[in-house]
Design a protein around this ligand. Structure first.
Ligand code: CP3
Length: 363
C-alpha cells in the first residue's frame, strides 16, 4: 500500500465501529455531483463515465464537497458509479441522462455474453488509481469511502437495461429462472469482492454496498435472492483483507427499503453499519438492532427542498431518535441527495447535525 498522510478526523471510523461519539459524524450519499455548481461546470466539458475513468477528474470532484464544507463534513466518497461493475463484466452502459444498457440480458442464454473471468485490476484499475490519488489529495482531512452496488441491484439494471418502476423483467428472471438467477447473482458477487478488496488496497478506509432496490423484493425473496450475496461479500471481503495483510476496514450495507429485515441483518449480515431510509423511525431502528451494529441515516432527502426551519426541526428529531440507545450513529440522508437542492441548505443540514448531535458535557 502507498504511504498516505495521517488521518486527522476519525469520527466516521469510530462511529462505524460502534463507538458513541462526541457528536455524530455526517456525510451525504451522492454528495459529489448533481446539485453542486462546481460539478455541473466540469460536466459541461466531460462525459459522466469519462470523469469516472479519468483519475484526476474523479479526484477533483470527490474533493469538491470536502472543500466547500470543510470542517463540517466527516467523510468523502469516491466519485464513480455502481454501474462500473456491469461494464467490467463486459456490458455497455451509457448515461443519457439516466443509465441505459443498449444490449441488456434478456434471457439466461445472454449470460454467455459476459466475460467468464473479470480481471478487476485491468477493467477497474482506473477506480483504484482515483482512490489512491484522492486519498493523497485529501491530506488526511476526512476518511475516504469506497463502494459498489449490491448484486441484486446490479442484476436489476443488467436485465431491465436501465431504471424501472415495475421491475418486471428482473422479477420474471428470479421467479421463472431461480437457479440461473442465483448463478448470475453469484458471479456478480465474485466481482464485487475482488473490486472491494482492490479498493481497500488502493486506499479506501470504509466500504459501502448499495442495495438500492432491496425494498422491491418481499422479505422472502430478499432472503432468497439478495441476502446470500450480501453475506458472501461481507465474509469474503474480510477474509481476503486478512489474508492479504490489508486493513480490516468497516463495512456498511445500505439495503434501501429492507426495514422488515433489519433485525435479521443486524444479527446475520456481517456488516458493521446498516444504512436506513427515512421510512423507519430512528428510535425504533435502534431498539431493533440494539448495539449489535452502528446505524447510518436517515433524513428524507426531500426535506432539503423545504427550507431551513423544516430542515432544522427534522435534524433535531433525528438526533433525539438516534440518541435513545447506545451504539454508533453516522448522520446522513435516507437516500442520495437530488439535483436542484441549494448547497447552502446542505450546509445548514451539516450545521444542524453538529449542533443537535453534540453530547452534553458531563457536569
Ligand atoms: C442506483 C445507483 C446508481 N449509482 C449509484 C447508485 C446507488 C445509490 C443510490 O441508490 O442512490 C451510486 C453512485 N452514483 C454516483 C456516486 C458518487 C459518489 C457520491 O457522490 O455519493 C455514487 C455512490 C455518481 C453519479 N451517478 C450518476 C450521476 C449523475 C450523472 C450526470 O452527471 O449526468 C452521478 C453524479 C448517474 C446515475 N447512476 C445511477 C443512476 C440511476 C443515475 C442517474 C440518475 C442520477 O443519479 O442523477 C445508478
Amino acid at each position: 500500500m502507498a504511504d498516505f498522510p495521517p488521518l486527522k478526523n476519525d469520527l466516521l471510523l469510530r462511529a462505524a465501529r460502534g463507538e458513541d461519539t462526541e457528536r455524530a459524524p455526517v456525510w451525504i450519499m451522492r454528495q459529489a455531483g448533481r446539485y453542486l455548481p462546481e460539478f455541473r461546470k466540469v460536466r459541461e466539458d466531460h462525459g459522466f463515465f469519462e470523469i469516472c475513468q479519468t483519475p484526476e477528474l474523479a479526484t477533483e470532484i470527490t474533493a469538491q464537497p470536502i472543500r466547500r464544507y470543510s470542517g463540517l463534513i466527516d467523510a468523502s466518497i469516491i466519485f464513480s458509479d455502481i454501474l462500473v461493475v456491469p461494464q467490467a463484466m463486459g456490458m455497455e452502459v451509457l448515461m443519457n441522462p439516466g443509465p441505459q444498457f443498449p444490449d441488456p440480458l434478456n434471457t439466461p442464454e445472454d449470460v454467455q455474453k459476459l466475460k467468464t473471468v473479470v480481471d478487476v485490476n485491468k477493467e477497474l484499475g482506473y477506480v483504484f488509481e482515483a482512490l489512491t490519488m484522492t486519498r493523497k489529495e485529501l491530506k488526511g482531512e476526512v476518511p475516504l469511502i469506497g463502494f459498489c452496488g449490491a448484486p441484486w441491484t446490479l442484476f436489476s439494471y443488467m436485465i431491465e437495461g436501465g431504471g424501472t418502476k415495475t421491475f418486471q423483467k428482473c422479477k420474471t428472471w428470479i421467479f421463472k429462472y431461480p437457479e440461473e438467477s442465483k448463478e448470475l447473482l453469484g458471479r456478480i458477487a465474485e466481482v464485487c469482492v475482488d473490486f472491494l478488496v482492490g479498493q481497500v488496497k488502493a486506499g479506501a478506509q470504509l466500504l459501502q454496498v448499495f442495495d438500492s432496490w432491496a425494498g422491491e423484493l418481499s422479505s422472502h425473496d430478499f432472503q432468497e435472492f439478495s441476502f446470500p450475496t450480501l453475506h458472501y461479500i461481507s465474509q469474503h471481503v474480510r477474509e481476503r483483507l486478512k489474508a492479504n495483510n490489508l486493513p480490516i476496514v468497516p463495512m456498511t450495507l445500505f439495503a434501501k427499503g429492507a426495514n422488515t429485515s433489519l433485525s435479521f441483518l443486524a444479527q446475520n449480515s456481517g456488516y458493521d453499519v446498516l444504512g436506513l431510509d427515512w421510512c423507519i423511525d430512528p428510535a425504533e431502528a435502534r431498539r431493533i438492532v440494539g448495539d449489535k451494529v452502528a446505524l447510518q441515516g436517515n433524513m428524507d432527502p426531500m426535506l432539503l427542498y423545504a427550507g431551513k426551519p423544516a430542515i432544522e426541526s427534522a435534524v433535531k428529531r433525528m438526533c433525539e431518535g438516534f440518541h435513545t440507545g447506545k451504539g454508533g450513529w453516522i448522520a446522513n440522508l435516507g437516500h442520495g441527495i437530488t439535483p436542484g437542492v441549494d448547497p447552502d441548505d446542505v450546509r445548514w443540514f451539516f450545521e444542524c447535525v453538529h449542533k443537535y448531535s453534540a453530547k452534553k458535557q458531563a457536569l
